[in-house]
Write a protein that binds this ligand. Structure first.
Ligand SMILES: Cc1ncc(COP(=O)(O)O)c(C=O)c1O
Length: 309
């Protein structure tokens, strides 16, 4: 694998989580590589035409989110990989929000690397995984030195172990790895197809309930009638109401929503907002819980409106 050099280009998107922005800021500072960002369309979709216009023979890496943790957008990853590979670029997928919710086939996606984290898939914090194509991983030097990642160590140099030990310096997070294995078995036993289908049903219902609320601005693409085409989350703002105030009152009714910039500050800047509220559904949520959430959301909005009148 060749190292990045000054003038090489890395393509990201404007909807990346900070964890797929900041590392590339550090890389760009070190190597002189240039960062380009694919826009999001008005409808909240990945702008494929803009992506095509950014691709060139300078593009060395395309590193994009698979499913946006704010907009819920699903990036057409297979098409992105096909177009990037045609330019000789490598592709990294941030699959933190897709691996827990969709069946994922890395060979069909044809990504060069894929990353996901344990704590978003019923597993523990502090552990995740990197998938990479074998020949690429073999060609990569270790990024951390320490015990267990070596073949032989001399006083002045070392040789390195084969995969995966080469990238696993030091005493591993053993308890976390066992727990992540159990979480993966748990999800696989339920079946990723079933989880995905159930989440689509929840998504269709959630948007059916939220769309008619006039005070809400919803972000990201609308789901199709069967709930497909986006993730089972809804990020929104309510005019003149701070998301934290909404969340505090909903919390008192036993409803937990996430608020803030969701580690997507540049996306919030693009949308002209400083923060948003997000309802996030997973396999353990029910249609009845959506009813309760929507009812509480409406009465919370009415309560604040009453204070402002
Ligand atoms: C899309 C996406 N990428 C990356 C991350 C970062 O994962 P971690 O917190 O495990 O570093 C998150 C977490 O919120 C995410 O939603």
């Amino acid at each position: 694998m060749t190292e990045l050099k000054s003038g090489d280009e890395i393509i990201l998107t404007t909807m990346e989580h900070h964890s797929n922005l900041v590392p590339w800021h550090l890389v760009a500072e070190r190597t002189g590589a240039v960062l380009k960002h694919v826009r999001v369309t008005e409808a909240g979709e990945f702008d494929l035409e803009h992506f095509k216009s950014l691709l060139s023979d300078k593009t060395k890496l395309v590193s994009v989110v698979h499913v946006s943790n704010m907009l819920g957008t699903v990036v057409p990853a297979t098409e992105v990989a096909r177009l990037a590979h045609a330019q000789g670029a490598k592709v990294l997928l941030d699959a933190c929000q897709s691996v827990p919710h969709l069946p994922i086939d890395v060979q069909a996606l044809d990504c060069d690397w894929l990353v996901a984290s344990g704590h978003k898939m019923c597993g523990p914090t502090g552990i995740g995984f990197l998938y990479g194509k074998l020949e690429l991983l073999r060609s990569m030097p270790p990024f951390l030195g320490g015990g267990s990642m070596i073949q032989d160590v001399f006083l002045d140099h070392s040789t390195y172990a084969d995969l995966p030990e080469r990238f696993e310096a030091g005493t591993p997070a053993i308890a976390e790895a066992i727990a992540l294995g159990a979480a993966i078995d748990y999800l696989n036993n339920i079946g990723m197809d079933r989880i995905h289908a159930y989440e689509q049903e929840l998504t269709a219902y959630l948007f059916e309930q939220l769309n008619p609320i006039p005070e809400l601005t919803l972000y990201g693409p609308q789901p199709k009638a069967d709930g497909s085409g986006r993730a089972a989350i809804a990020a929104f703002t309510v005019q003149d109401l701070h998301p934290n105030d909404l969340a505090t009152l909903l919390d008192q009714s036993g409803i937990a929503i996430r608020t803030g910039h969701h580690c997507t500050q540049p996306l919030h800047h693009e949308l002209g907002i400083s923060g948003s509220a997000r309802a996030s559904l997973y396999l353990y949520n029910t249609l009845e819980e959506i009813d309760i959430f929507v009812q509480e959301l409406k009465s919370t909005i009415a309560f604040f409106r009453g204070l402002m009148d």
